[in-house]
Design a protein around this ligand. Sequence first.
Ligand code: TYD
Ligand code: MG
Length: 469
Amino acid sequence: MAKEKTVYVCSECGGVSPKWQGKCPSCNAWNTLIESVPESTAPTKNRFASLAKTSGVAVLGDIDAVDMARTPTGHDELDRVLGGGMVEGGVVLIGGDPGIGKSTLLLQALDSLQRSGQRTLYVTGEESGAQVALRARRLGLDNSQVSVLAEIGLEKILATLEATRPDVAVIDSIQTVYSEQLTSAPGSVAQVRECAAHLTRYAKASGQSDGDTRGRATSIVLVGHVTKEGALAGPRVLEHMVDTVLYFEGDTHSSFRLVRAIKNRFGAVNEIGVFAMTEKGLKGVSNPSAIFLSQHAEPVPGSCVMVTLEGTRPMLVEIQALVDSGGPSPRRLSVGLDKDRLAMLLAVLHRHAGVACMDQDVFVNAVGGVRISEPAADLAVLLSITSSLRGKPLPKGFFAFGEVGLAGEVRPAPRGQERLKEAAKLGFSVAVVPKANLPKNLKSKDFEGLTIHAVERVEEAMTVVRDLA
Ligand code: TYD
Ligand code: MG
């Protein structure tokens, strides 16, 4: 097949250049030109390539707001992050480190969808059909009726989708798919973007009838690889293109896995699903609140438990810190927590509480490979650091949460009382929390059987903890 002429499009400003250049001639940004198929020569012979069949302007109130038809996948934790199930014609991008369980989860989901009467297609570009079958057997999915296609050519995949019209299709992975229209190698930004765009358009157009009655639209799940920096390989535009973006998180060495929705046009964002990797694949964990605690018989220095609110469920997570004398340029390292935030917290600690870690290495870690992005972790991070610095453990049954500001103030965390209740339920007894998180009319320090020390400033928190130990 003759190669179509390609152009180079700037990913920043959208400017078009006929040849590759280091600098975009339109906006002068560097390294932003990406090989693309020019609009006019894109293969319009395929119905799905021309979504822009305009149906005219309509008044919003006159348009039927049809509820999206959702199909539960049969895996409650996955349905939770998807906002209830697979949406007809919806496109989901699921990213995560290699070996974390993307293929496993999707194969399990496809199998239960197939068993509930949906037509499914699993397109694999990374494994052979035999390998997929072997995995299915390992998962105990005997006699699975999921259709498998081992293919990496976009045109062939689209033709198969058009011919078989599955209800749900998984493309594992988008980085292995390539289009003959582009000269660049599979996995390159241009290829990934172009292939994802075609598949997305297919999903959106697959349910539209044009003459003949067409069945339900195909939902597509794209599996994406994650770069070393933790971003989905390929341009951000991939995330804009799809309806839902899910990220797999977790430590491949521990058995727990989190699936987080970071974008969802059909549901809540920042909802998480919790799974455990077992001999027979991923199993949902419906009550995950205590899985990110390490089991210390007695309290140890440098450990502080916090309550984080992930999606709709509070979870207790242990924050660990190690402060140790460093060399001439001390190191600050954080796993699962924001590194810049750590630097900021250390500065606040020094300025407002007079605790200096300037010549110390500081390492902090959220146990179990969770990633905590909410600032409510601040107080627990600071308390674990000071606990390690002094070599003194926090009391048994202790926890803390609250955001710390640059002025040294302790700000409330959203839905604080829910967090307190969850910790009380799990047997925690002492807490340092932001004053604003307590009920206004609370007279005593006692809430849900917890001894609570409400603080407004960092230095106050430090004094409270010093007196407790
Ligand atoms: P996989 O789904 O292949 O990861 P990805 O597609 O994200 O790269 O995950 C495979 C890992 O999971 C591998 O390390 C083995 C482990 N595993 C189990 O522990 N139990 C199982 O039943 C299966 C199928 C895999
Ligand atoms: Mg895989």
